[in-house]
Design a protein around this ligand. Sequence first.
Ligand SMILES: [Cu+2]
Length: 343
Amino acid sequence: MKVLPAGSSSGALFASVPPSSPPPAHVPAVAPGTSTTDTPRDALVPAVAPGTSTTDAPRDALVPAVAPGTSTTDAPRDALVPAVAPGTSTTDTPRDALTLSLPEDASTHGHRIDELLASSHRFDAVLIAVALGWLVLAVWRFHQAKQAASDGGTRRSRAWVLGLALGAFAVVDGSLLLGSEGYLRDVLWNFHVPAEDPRTVRIEINAHQWSWEARYAGADGRFGTPDDVVTWNDLRVPVGAPVWVQLVSTDVVHGFSLPHFRVKLDAIPGRVNQTWFQAAREGAWEAACYQHCGTSHYRMRGVLTAMSPESYATWLREAGKQATQAYDAEDLAAHWGWEWKAP
Ligand SMILES: [Cu+2]
């Protein structure tokens, strides 16, 4: 099977998936083409909210991607899934809800974003202190002794005000500009890193109402072949290797967000967007949608699991075998995807 005809362009994205086709509600996390009435997973699903259409398949967003109780052939994969750290992943604990700090940084480069934020906060604090101090001083010095009317200031005082404002702007925004430029050059726009690293993991992500579908090239390294591994709300990556994501949407604009990796990327119908990141350590973290994308937007979340490179390789190999066995050339809805785009 081929996802796209040879030589097809981006115009042929999702040619086999009608735009209005509802997301398959019961597709297992791995192995497209498996029976569409996979009831064991349903047993784990919280009740659907009143008024929610049963055809909307919003439940996928809540279902563990590899649910215990699915086919026994899943067991080897289940065994590889790291335990979800408390306070991370799919549920916000009260602690998370109350904290003002950023989520923990589980990525290799996220600290550069955090440093930019921290430095701008420091500047903000200094400016607020200066402005407030100036205000208090003025109130104290001029409280009753003077007329409450502006004299418009002198030429010298106006020069001071203008100079201070321009100076603050140059220092604060200038450092943000320089810091951002460095980050863009070194990380965000630097696709040489994932392109040149042989360990790079490429993932095609298809966002739709209301779940994340991810496609991995199998052992053959090519997308659109029977050993492609397709997961639902379940991203697996190896620690320490660049992860290169290309992202689309089949319906509305979604926002792919990995808060613990400082990753945000718009998923736009008809367009392939891309980014890359790198996991710094093993664990499981939330993958969220940051664009309001419909009634069940709040359920559009998955789990990103960072695994040891060995565990990841084992998982991909096993999942690729199962995908090959379960491959169904007739299941057109399962054959979305595209040839990997050059940066
Ligand atoms: Cu969304």
